[in-house]
Write a protein that binds this ligand. Structure first.
Ligand SMILES: [Zn+2]
Length: 107
């Protein structure tokens, strides 16, 4: 249900992205949709990458077995979170659930 809403929202946004008129010192240009979409996608990818790297630099503690682990950055970037607790799959026991960050971090 949530995915359908998301897809419909993207489809609605895509319909606005057909082309765009830009006025630049009395001259009018037609800017194709990809000149707007491509930088937005690149910006999102860069944000996702560095956000994931930042989150993955912290060590998390499994709430079941109590062992510490570093999450993979691509998992960290899309992980569900409440405050600092994030949903990860523990590499030691395989439990998937909320993990709190440990006090120390990788430098
Ligand atoms: Zn565990």
């Amino acid at each position: 249900m949530k995915k359908i809403t998301f897809v419909l929202l993207i489809a609605a946004l895509m319909s606005f992205l057909t082309s765009c008129e830009v006025n630049w010192f009395d001259k009018q240009y037609d800017v194709p949709w990809w000149m707007i979409a491509v930088p937005v996608v690149i910006l999102l990818a860069v944000t996702w990458f560095f956000g994931g790297k930042y989150i993955a630099s912290k060590e998390y503690v499994c709430s079941k077995c109590g062992k510490n682990f570093y999450p993979k950055w691509w998992n960290a970037a899309f992980s569900v979170h409440i405050n600092n607790d994030r949903v990860f799959k523990c590499p030691h026991c395989g439990r998937k659930g909320f993990c709190s960050p440990s006090k120390k971090s990788k430098d």
